[in-house]
Design a protein around this ligand. Structure first.
Ligand code: FPP
Length: 264
């Protein structure tokens, strides 16, 4: 693939990886479970929060690279509903970091024509975090480039519960006694209703779990797990993940093309 101008200069490691990517077979939506910040810090005898700070740099690199590659949608798992079980000091730091990110990164997000969506149960987040989320979403609402969804206080099961309750409300309020639920109706009521389902789910730090992330949406996603810890996840690692994705044969439960041909 010819390097987009804005991706240059490429390192000696990155250049051949990018060249091998097929431009018209890139995923339409990449979802990322950014894991391993704490271990990254511990290995350096640093406090865990230093890993989260370094993780922000990786997020920035991945966001910019996806914009340059013209990937239409990217979802980052920043804070799960289960993350409230962490020590208060770490939660406070993460909330502060995310607010800081939303404020400081806004000019870059605007310059890149990114539309920011924050998915999850906003109402349970601290008031000041909600205010920053609302401002960032409002200010980028007219942007037409990549959709960047940041999952905050997010849980896949909670998302489905919210979707079903919204459907029930609509049925009750509109007297739709004969309505039937179908897959499209469920997809249309998810937080991600504006995004295509992810084609590629990346998880760093080697854990083989989906951790309650986009449970409905990843039904047919290709899963890529790397041992690399999130703060070490570089542009080259993203290219590696994309190359691996392009080697996969996506059959959606059908047969491979060659086997599918009916022989005379
Ligand atoms: C996992 O590391 C990461 C998180 C809990 C999410 C926080 C992510 C960031 C701060 C990255 C920045 C993101 C954005 C969108 C600005 P962990 O603490 O679970 O690591 P461990 O498994 O090694 O303990």
């Amino acid at each position: 693939m010819k390097a987009p101008e804005s991706l240059k200069p490429l390192s000696r490691e990155e250049e051949p990886l990018l060249r091998n990517l097929v431009a018209d077979r890139l995923p339409q939506h990449i979802a990322v479970i950014m894991d391993g910040n704490g271990r990254w810090a511990q290995r350096r005898h640093l406090p865990r929060v230093a890993g989260h700070r370094a993780g922000v740099q990786s997020a920035r690199k991945v966001i910019e690279t996806c914009v340059r590659l013209e990937i239409p949608a990217l979802t980052l798992y920043a804070f799960s509903m289960e993350n409230w079980r962490r020590p208060k000091a770490e939660i406070d730091f993460l909330m502060h970091l995310l607010r800081d990110y939303l404020r400081k990164e806004l000019p870059l997000i605007q310059r890149n024509n990114i539309r920011l969506l924050v998915i999850g149960r906003h109402d349970q987040l601290p008031k000041e975090v909600r205010a920053d989320i609302d401002r960032a979403m409002e200010q980028t609402a007219g942007n037409t480039g990549m959709k960047l969804a940041v999952a905050l206080n997010y849980g896949g099961r909670a998302e489905l519960v919210d979707a079903f309750n919204n459907i029930l409300d609509r049925v009750r309020n509109n007297g739709l006694a004969n309505a039937r639920v179908d897959e499209k109706m469920i997809s249309d009521h998810l937080y991600t209703s504006e995004l295509p389902d992810p084609d590629l789910l990346i998880r760093t730090s080697g854990e083989m779990r989906v951790s309650n992330f986009l449970l409905w949406q990843i039904a047919y996603a290709e899963i890529y797990v790397t041992e690399i810890l999130w703060p070490d996840f570089s542009r080259a690692q993203l290219f590696e993940a994309l190359l691996d994705y392009q080697k996969r044969e996506r059959r959606y439960g059908g047969l491979a093309e060659a086997r599918h041909r009916v022989t005379a």
